[in-house]
Design a protein around this ligand. Structure first.
Ligand SMILES: *Cc1c(COP(=O)(O)O)cnc(C)c1O
Length: 437
């Protein structure tokens, strides 16, 4: 091939002939920002290299799992050892018990859990279990929160609180989302109204406590407190989808962050994924013993998986949890993430760009807006064209952030002060260009 062939472009053309959109998950296709996706050749620490051998500072970290950075030696060793012992057995292993113990040790609201292979599977199973355990069909989700792509969750708000949602994907029959009520995030009055109308029929409220699928939006403390109270009053389960925030915003997840402000706070069920698998396909859902014992083979709610609790994935997850549980890990990670967000904020201020940002633990979000948005509608007021120019400006300077303005960002333990300074320097240049044009 010619020396200045763009190998990403060549691979993308090849991929598009064989795989819809050339990708195995839509956001990877750069559809929102335009341009050619970078095909990753390899990764190490805070970096990955594309098909042209170009290095990028990685702020997506596989969308959250790579909290230690890529190729952490202790994790690589654990995975290599596990692989030598066998890939999959379809029979129980000690490592599944160890991982269950480790997760339950970190998240006290979980008394029992079940391991699965993806966040989607965990979220779907949690909803089924909540419905099975309460004997109720209806549930609440919030606009802008993502809980995987199970049919009943691919839904947008209907025309009013008395009406349930409409599918957001072709192939989802309206009757499948008929019992899903979609409310505005952080809207206490609407939540109260919905419970007044439907409280007796609600199996659960499912929520991303710190939403990472509409960039980064925290549920306010009063809103979360009201979610908890209303669920308890009406016999509905409060389900925390911590697939993204679990072991990412704090060792004990977002629920430990809310417990600082709301004494005794705990959800009834928790959905986990991403970090607990350390980059391997692994997720979980758990809760009280009484609820979890409703699952097959003990109870009437069916759920199963050929690769669930996979021995290689559990080895990877265990090694990852061991590292992030070391003293000072989260303090260091939080400090780094805060330094990034503060640095970007200072660069924006100096160049006169509207900017707001937030972070918790190793997760962050920023907006080209002068104040942090509180719900999906406000997030979507961001200037998409401006974000796309920022994205490509950073990419050209070797900084890879999420290729869509409605996604959160992730810092790993492998990011150095130098990486963060380089990122802030790149952002300052791009902000300047945005202001001058
Ligand atoms: C990523 C994510 C999921 C889906 O997990 P997959 O492993 O991609 O199926 C569910 N909920 C939240 C909050 C997520 O961030």
């Amino acid at each position: 091939m010619k020396p200045n062939t763009d190998h990403n472009e060549v691979l993308f053309e090849r991929a598009k002939r064989l795989i819809p959109g050339g990708v195995n998950s839509p956001v990877r296709a750069f559809k929102a920002v335009g341009g050619t996706p970078r095909f990753v050749q390899r990764a190490q620490g805070a970096y990955f290299w594309d098909a042209n051998g170009r290095r990028y500072i990685d702020y997506i970290g596989s969308w959250g799992p790579m909290i230690l950075g890529h190729g952490h030696p202790a994790v690589v060793e654990a995975v290599q050892k596990a692989i030598a012992e066998g890939f999959s057995f379809g029979a129980p292993t000690e490592r599944e018990v160890e991982l269950a113990e480790a997760i339950i040790g970190l998240v006290p609201s979980i008394e029992m859990l079940r391991l699965v292979s993806s966040g989607t599977e965990a979220g779907m199973s949690a909803i089924r279990l909540a419905r099975g355990a309460t004997g109720r069909s209806k549930f609440i989700k919030f606009e802008g929160c993502y809980h995987g792509h199970a049919d009943a969750l691919l839904v947008k708000a209907g025309s009013g609180l008395a009406t349930f949602g409409n599918p957001t994907s072709a192939g989802v029959p309206p009757e499948v989302v008929h019992d899903t009520l979609v409310l505005e995030y952080n809207n206490v009055a609407q939540l109260e109204e919905a419970f007044a109308l439907h409280g007796h029929a609600l199996a659960c409220v499912i929520i991303e406590p710190i939403a990472g699928n509409m960039n980064f939006v925290r549920a306010s403390v009063p809103f979360m407190k009201r979610c908890r109270e209303l669920c308890s009053e009406h016999g509905a389960l409060l389900v925390f989808d911590e697939v993204m925030t679990g072991c990412r915003v704090a060792l004990g997840g977002a629920q430990s962050v809310y417990a600082r402000d709301i004494p005794g706070f705990a959800p009834d069920m928790t959905v986990l994924g991403k970090v607990i698998g350390g980059g391997m396909p692994l997720a979980a859902f758990g809760g009280s013993r009484a609820v979890m014992e409703q699952l097959a083979p003990l109870g009437p709610v069916y759920q199963a998986g050929t690769l669930s609790g996979n021995p290689v994935a559990t080895a990877c997850g265990l090694a990852t949890l061991r590292e992030i549980g070391k003293p000072g890990f989260f303090e260091d990670l939080s400090r780094k993430t805060r330094a990034l967000v503060d640095g970007l904020g200072a660069a924006a201020r100096d160049t006169g760009v509207d900017f707001s940002a937030d972070s918790e633990g190793g997760m962050f979000g920023f907006f080209l807006l002068d104040a942090l948005p509180q719900n999906y509608t406000a997030v979507m007021k961001s200037d998409g064209a401006k974000f796309n120019r920022l994205f490509h400006g950073l990419l050209e300077r070797g900084v890879y952030i999420a290729p869509a303005l409605y996604e959160a960002g992730f810092v790993s333990a492998a990011h150095s002060a130098q990486d963060i300074a380089e990122t802030v320097g790149a952002a300052r240049e791009v902000f300047q260009i945005l202001q001058n044009s």
